[in-house]
Design a protein around this ligand. Sequence first.
Ligand code: NAD
Length: 430
Amino acid sequence: MPRSTPYTRFRTTLDAVMKKLNLSAAEKKLFSEPQHIHKAEITIKRDDGSKAAFPAFRVQFNNARGPYKGGIRFHPAADIEEVKALAALMALKTAVVNIPFGGSKGGVQMNPKELSRRELQEVSRAYIRAFLKVVGPDIDVPAPDVNTTPEIMAWMRDEFEKQTKSYSPAFITGKPLSYGGSLGRDTATARGGFYLIQELIDRAALDPQELKVAIQGFGNAGATMAHFLHNAGFTIVALSDSQGGIYSPEGIDPVRVEKYKRKTGAVAGEYCTGSVCDIKKMKMDGVQHITNEELLEISCDILIPAALDNVITEKNARKIKAKHILELANGPTTPEADQILEKRGIQVIPDILANAGGVTVSYFEWVQGRSGEQWTADRVDHELKRIMLDAYKAVRRQAYREKMSYRHAAFAVSIKRILDAMRARGWVIS
Ligand code: NAD
């Protein structure tokens, strides 16, 4: 059996959906590989005077619907297979929310935690120089991803403007507010997912007060979602980060967790130092220490993976007790697990829909960069809600009509929209 990689997992789902849609061989070919794979080696001078070189990538999957759009991640595991899969998911994500972009992704294979701030700035600027000919506001618009920040986006915009001698606020998104960013971008991914949960429970006439939620990952996406849900009356029963998590059937206050996480660096920081926990205090507060694996199997109504890919697999899919899964993380569920969950009647709101709020507000930032306008926070939220709910409706309709899972339906909606654009442009030869 071929090695399972993020890209082979993507292809398994893509192939299944293309078969259901009866695509021709020529049409399938247009989706089977990225349009362009750009590779470079980035060399920087370390603070000690030595030289360091890192592999860097920009994968451009498809631009039928508009300029390529996708983040840049700095991570030791950012290899070509991972970046290809993420670029493909971006192409489908921009199509499912119907914004005029294609999909791409970038990566630099290195550990940013081992670099100083000056070295990190050198890597960021070198990345832009390496791919200068293939990026730009009308060609390919980068954004932050794992380990890249608004500050890094600002360095990258500055480098692009220097190299091209231009004023280009729309070159990159996820910038700081002081240098062309958009209001609402920092909370957009969680807010978009939150609108979907609200819609889901409204349609099922469920009461937030009676719903229990478990969230894996307490970073930008997971922690923001925890606050939204807590404020809306949901009971957060479990939270975790890379060091493990906490479970309380009576409910956890994310504000308190955030406070201790800031102080101790861990979600469980109020109770545990490393693996040593204050059992007495935990008992008094009705809290248990849990692992990340245990969190996924906790008794709850809504499970939200918001950390890593590949965490819901054929090994644990039968043990999941949640009735709904909202994938804020990219690629948390394997195709094998998907089949098991579908058979068990567990509804999965797939990543390309669930976490598309981030790229949607990136689109608003790009529009603001091009027009010179500055949108209010209310306008951003209003437009985000409209786009997320339209996308949800399109996916739900597709799922209902063709008796597909929401993941297959989201892929189908996107593939059809990309194909329509390719046909309109005369790319599809049938
Ligand atoms: P982040 O770095 O802010 O947070 C990640 C969280 O995951 C942290 O709390 C970290 O401790 C935790 N974590 C790391 N390893 C873990 C492990 N082994 N088990 C459990 N938790 C672990 O990242 P983020 O921006 O919140 O992104 C989280 C996921 O959401 C990623 O898959 C990302 O691709 C996806 N996503 C994020 C955005 C966005 O706008 N932030 C947009 C789309 C998709």
